[in-house]
Ligand binder design. Structure first.
Ligand code: PMP
Ligand code: GLN
Length: 380
């Protein structure tokens, strides 16, 4: 038999699938993969049931239904004072993951370079590699997860086409400062590259209101903003996401989207259009709840003796391991001996060895799940 695609041959199982599988096999409490162990809001689920019963079951328009694109655009205007044309500057995708994939395929040619701040979400590498472009990692150094300006500058060259920024940042919980984004933005303008800003945790920012990268001076013409409703509504299985950007880029992203999936589940788009048009009160409660869950996990882990790096955003907490420990072995021991599953963070790094010294916990879980995990971890 002839071989399969040589790039795809290199892909390994996603660390999230691996750890969730191990959690199930070992009957461990799953604080690894980032998804809630409770259902999304009933009022949003009811909207989807209504749409299913209301003849919204055929293909949706490939760009996304207009009411959803309008609702997305209205929110960017209302929340961030960022003007977005719903007709030409938004495309609805199957989650942020498809938006990232389509953006890479739409922008990159073989030989292009993409700067990615590590640790990074695993789909970036696969999406970049399939285009024949080269990933150039720049490390966010623990425990502050700041980047070194010279390291970043040295990673940029004439072939740099794109830089991927994730803010708030998975897995570190970092929220980038205005100065950091301005620094990255100035380099993007000076060296003429695009920015892909993955903002799926935009409403899980515990230190300040979120600011999209595209809203910083001079960056709206070169930034593709990607987000989704998976985290915001605790409905990760719905996979409603989008890319926002200049018309010619959105057209290119849509060209990939129309030949990869064509469109996104129609009834779920109808429900989301309504949900995100009326989410103000929900969002206040949402942020409050997750802030509370963060405190339960952070306090509990500290009591168990973990060296925690307090997150500023997302629903993850990083812990630094004692000297001599290794993340993969440590996670295996936590699963088998303490019955708690976490993520070994070396999976998020290409260059630095820092990941071997940390593990990631997820707090998007019921209070009783978090409490049981803490109890297990505190048992000698
Ligand atoms: N980006 C980041 C940083 C993520 O953590 C995730 C995973 N939840 C995604 C993108 C993917 O989002 P979606 O589920 O909407 O595809
Ligand atoms: N983003 C989630 C996490 O970081 C997982 C997404 C997935 O499993 N693909 O855990």
């Amino acid at each position: 038999m002839k071989s399969i695609n040589t790039k795809v041959e290199q892909f390994k199982e996603s660390i999230f699938s691996t750890m969730t599988k191990l959690a199930l096999e070992n009957k461990a409490i799953n604080l690894s993969q980032g998804f809630p162990d409770f259902d999304g809001p009933k009022w949003v689920i009811d909207l989807a049931i209504q749409a299913l019963n209301n003849n919204k079951n055929q293909y949706a328009p490939s760009m996304g239904i207009l009411p959803l694109r309008e609702a997305i655009a209205n929110n960017y205007k209302k929340i961030y004072q960022m003007p977005v044309n719903p007709l030409t500057e938004v495309v609805v995708t199957n989650g942020a993951t498809e938006a990232i994939f389509c953006t890479c395929l739409a922008l990159l040619n073989p030989g292009d370079e993409v700067v990615v701040l590590e640790p990074f979400y695993d789909s970036y590498l696969a999406s970049i590699e399939l285009t024949g472009a080269r990933i150039v990692p720049v490390t966010l150094h623990a425990p502050t997860f700041n980047f070194d300006f010279n390291e970043l500058k040295n990673a940029i060259g004439p072939k740099t086409k794109l830089l991927i920024l994730n803010n708030p940042h998975n897995p570190t919980g970092k929220v980038f400062t205005d100065e950091e984004i301005d620094t990255i933005g100035k380099l993007a303008i000076e060296h003429d590259f695009y920015l892909l800003s993955d903002e799926v945790y935009e409403f899980l920012n515990f230190v300040r209101p979120h600011r999209p990268t595209a809203s910083y001076a001079g960056l709206n013409t070169r930034t593709i903003t990607i987000s989704s409703t998976g985290k915001t509504f605790g409905l990760t299985g719905w996979k409603i996401g989008w890319a926002i950007g200049p018309e010619y880029i959105i057209k290119a992203i849509h060209n990939v989207h129309q030949f990869s999936t064509f469109c996104v589940a129609h009834p779920l788009q109808v429900a989301m259009a309504e949900a995100i048009s009326n989410m103000e009160d929900y969002l206040k409660e949402f942020k409050h709840e997750y802030s509370r869950k963060k405190d339960i996990l952070v306090t509990g882990l500290k009591k168990c003796g973990f060296n925690i790096i307090e997150p500023q955003g997302t629903y993850f907490v990083m812990a630094q391991l004692p000297a001599g420990e290794n993340d993969v072995d440590y996670c295996k021991r936590l699963i088998t001996e303490k019955k708690v599953a976490t993520i070994p963070t070396s999976a998020f790094y290409l260059k630095s060895e820092d990941g071997k010294k940390m593990i990631r916990f997820c707090f998007a879980k019921k209070d009783e799940t978090l409490e049981s995990a803490i109890l297990n971890l505190s048992n000698k």
